[in-house]
Design a protein around this ligand. Structure first.
Ligand SMILES: [Fe+2]
Ligand SMILES: [Fe+2]
Length: 232
């Protein structure tokens, strides 16, 4: 099965933020990514989060997300889109998928005999969910540990895990999900797990932990050609 993967477009009307994020250019890069995925015959595209960035008013944020949704919906390649902390800063989950399209919701699935598991770590360490205007990129937590354990126990075929924030300690402590160690223990205990795909840490990094590949993809907003094929 062929996946097209990208992360962290941070699309907004801003030309540049944080000195290195070329927000407004990401819409064109999204179009380029989907042309590439279509030519490559991808079965599924996955956006690993931070699709949009904040604007001075919410109407503009909705307009930005609609523009990104238009590119995604126009493609023959279906998309699953995780929410990142920047998406959660501007949108509730309900509003995000209402605008983006319910088809993009990340529910676990078996595709071509492979199990795809999507984790949500848009929570504070104390268990509260991120809400619009109330997020913290350095305080992130995944409460769905028991669900993961059950999903792995019943998973069919090879397992691939997708999450916006980082389970790979190589991304550095501030990007790391606070309960990453216990999640990694659970993943290590399941011989079906092949890879963990992450965003959030914009430079990207690669690692192997207990035989599982951990791949953090570089951010689309910070470079050209930051869209990737994974044959699994
Ligand atoms: Fe990001
Ligand atoms: Fe992020």
């Amino acid at each position: 099965m062929r996946l097209g993967i990208y992360t962290d477009p941070h699309y907004s009307s801003q030309t540049v933020t944080c000195g290195v994020r070329f927000n407004s250019r990401s819409l064109g890069k999204l179009r380029e990514a989907y042309r590439f995925f279509e030519r490559a015959g991808c079965d599924l595209a996955v956006c690993l989060g931070d699709l949009i960035d904040k604007e001075p008013d919410h109407e503009t944020e909705i307009a930005d997300l609609r523009q990104a949704a238009g590119v995604i919906a126009a493609s023959s390649v279906p998309t699953v889109c995780l929410m990142g902390n920047h998406d959660a800063f501007s949108f509730t989950q309900e509003e995000f998928y209402a605008v983006l399209g319910e088809d993009c919701r990340p529910y676990d699935r078996v595709l071509h005999g492979k199990s795809l598991i999507f984790l949500d770590a848009c929570y504070f360490g104390d268990g509260r969910r991120y809400m619009p205007g109330d997020t913290d990129w350095t305080d992130t937590y995944c409460p769905h540990v028991e669900e993961l354990r059950k999903a792995l126990a019943s998973a069919r075929g090879d397992v691939y895990v997708f999450v916006h924030q980082n389970l790979d300690p190589a991304a550095g402590e501030r990007h790391l999900i606070s309960n990453a160690a216990s999640i990694n223990d659970i993943l290590s205990g399941c011989p079906k797990v092949r890879a963990v795909y992450q965003g959030h840490y914009h430079p990207g990094c690669r690692n192997v932990i207990n035989g599982i590949r951990y791949i953090t993809f570089p951010a689309m907003c910070e470079s050209d050609g930051a869209f990737f094929i994974e044959d699994i």
